[in-house]
Design a protein around this ligand. Sequence first.
Ligand code: FUB
Length: 327
Amino acid sequence: MSNNSNQNKPLVTHIFTADPSAHVFEDKIYIYPSHDLDHDGPDNDNGDQYRMEDYHILSMDDIDAPCIDHGEALHMKDVPWVSQQMWAPDAAFKNGTYYLYFPARDKEGIFRIGVATSKNPAGPFKAEPNYIPGSFSIDPAVYVDDDGKSYIYFGGLWGGQLERWQTGTFIPDAAGPADNEPALGPMVAELSDDMLTFKEKPQEITILDEDGNPLTASQRDKRYFEGPWMHKYNGYYYLSYSTGDTHYLVYAIGKSPKGPFTYKGRILEPVIGWTTHHSIVQFKDKWYLFYHDSSYSGGVNHKRCVKFTELKYNEDGTIQTIKPYED
Ligand code: FUB
């Protein structure tokens, strides 16, 4: 599977990194990861072990070029509304400005999504003083469509708090749907032209099985858990995501950026470590999956390393499943 020196290896080893959102900006590959804190605290289902405090942006001039760490691009001490846990970010470019979208807990411990701006894809970024009004949960991913419209996708179960927003307000002890009920989908909203606010109330995305029925909460190897990503291939919208507690990266295809989407299959089999989180990007004439695992720390869930590998399509537009540790 590896045909150049960088593939399937940790891109950097001087810091722990995760949740890589890769983009081609200024003809280079920029990677916007989480920066995992190196601590030996306990691990739980609420994700308390993911105590990240800042972001470092990485770049590669070419797919086989050295990966550069551009240093601290944003720290939580410079974001007035944040109390802790700067989780998986994404970035977008529009109107000559780079935008960094990031989830973090506010002063009440509720996950919100913030935005910061820079004229340089590597930062440093300056955060807006408050989180995006109406934002909640985690894992923002922003897609700028060919017509110039931009969409933000977000949401994560368990520690990501998505279950708690089913009524539109935060219910601290709300449970998710029963096994026979439709699974919760990720949220989507069109962004305003200045990319700093939602243009509309976020709506839940429906993911269907191949018979046209919504995936149910019991279909844990297929249903949405966290880590949405949007890309377009041959005119179709591909929504990909993590199934969380079953540890797959999977995808669904639709004709509209807001869905509905039909489940199509797996992109990546489970990696070392609990979480799996990715992005998909075209660079020159090839497509790449950026992902992470916990291999470099010997399997510690919150000490992860970002990697990439080539992603291939079949003639019918389906994606070939990647086995992360097989050549
Ligand atoms: O990195 C913290 C959380 O772990 C992310 O927000 C999730 O997607 C999972 O990777």
